[in-house]
Design a protein around this ligand. Structure first.
Ligand code: ADP
Ligand code: MG
Length: 308
């Protein structure tokens, strides 16, 4: 940052602008905030001290004016304040409340990693969740999880497997849990599983497969959204899903799911038949064991909120 005060003083000396100089002094000293500051600090500053720091006062006043006119300053989001240090006046730039709020929001958002999810899910909140009687069980389990996890984040906590038809708010509830955990300081990865499956297949030629896989395997809290919505290859089932779940089971890392299919349907209709139409019930059983270890099943009913 250029030292405005210094360049101003130099300019004034170089050009010997005495009339202009007097105007600057007047502008600086007539500002009500400057007046108040000088009154509050009169025991610390002599008249001579003030005149030596006059360019600082002028800097303070002009920046304030710029901000009042809605102009961009050299440090957007920062407010100028005056301070005394060793008989000199300094302009100290402090972050505005808006800037602090914006930073806090960015930190919060960074704790929830959403992959291939609608942006609106960033706004999902548990308090806004519609908990009619038949949805109350899943909602209470969600609250129980967030409270238990916050109390003992190192301990294993079983996640939720949310099952229900299209549009009942399964993804919404997962996102609301993730956003709540973010407020408490915890990181969640929420991924639309069918999109992830396409991405990881596409990553094979680029040596990125391991990196993609690691991200989900090791996420402190993982949510696999819409599992069972695509047609499954044996590779995705055994070398992607199976590997992720095996690791998370061993490391006891909380894992959530949402699906249009119940446990039973997932096992028999989705996991047991590969995309070549071959039946592989034992492989399906192995994956199911891991899912059941990691999460409890909740049936969610309700109207389709996408077409009210
Ligand atoms: P699902 O994942 O079960 O198919 P979604 O979670 O995508 O359903 O919800 C469908 C739509 O309804 C979305 O647009 C979502 O934002 C909205 N929605 C769901 N639950 C709520 C809620 N409690 N409050 C407000 N909007 C909701
Ligand atoms: Mg969904």
């Amino acid at each position: 940052m250029e030292d405005i005060g210094k360049s101003l003083t130099e300019q004034m000396q170089r050009h010997n602008w005495s009339k202009r100089y007097n105007e600057l002094v007047e502008t600086a000293l007539n500002d009500p905030d400057v007046k108040r500051f000088l009154a509050e600090n009169k025991h610390l500053l002599t008249k001579d001290d003030v005149m030596k720091s006059i360019s600082k006062l002028y800097e303070y006043v002009t920046i304030k004016q710029k901000m009042a006119q809605g102009e961009q300053t050299f440090a957007p989001g920062y407010l100028p304040t005056l301070a005394v240090s060793k008989h000199q006046i300094e302009v100290v730039y402090v972050p505005s409340e808006q800037l602090l709020a914006k930073r806090a929001k960015q930190e919060l958002d960074a704790r929830v990693k959403m992959i291939a999810l609608p942006k609106s899910m960033r706004q999902a909140q548990l308090v806004d969740y519609d908990r009619s009687e038949e949805r109350n069980e899943a909602f209470r389990a969600a609250l129980q999880f967030t409270n238990d996890y916050a109390k003992e984040p190192k301990k294993f906590h079983k996640g939720l497997y949310l099952e229900g038809s299209f549009g009942v708010g399964k993804t919404y509830l997962l996102a609301a849990i993730a956003n709540d955990l973010a407020k408490r300081g915890y990181k969640t990865t929420l991924v639309h599983f069918p999109s992830f499956a396409v991405d990881i297949k596409g990553s094979i030629g680029q040596n990125k497969t391991t990196e993609y896989l690691e991200r989900l395997k090791k996420a402190p809290i993982l949510m696999l959204d819409d599992i069972g919505a695509d047609s499954l290859s044996s590779w995705i089932r055994d070398d992607v899903l199976g590997v992720i779940l095996q690791y998370r089971m061993q490391e006891e890392l909380p894992t959530f799911f949402s699906s249009n299919l119940s446990f039973e349907q997932l096992e028999n209709e989705y996991l047991a038949i590969n995309n070549r139409g071959e039946a592989e019930p034992l492989k399906a059983l192995r994956i199911m064991e891991r899912i059941k270890f990691l999460a409890d099943e909740y049936h969610i009913v309700g109207k389709n909120r996408r077409n009210p």
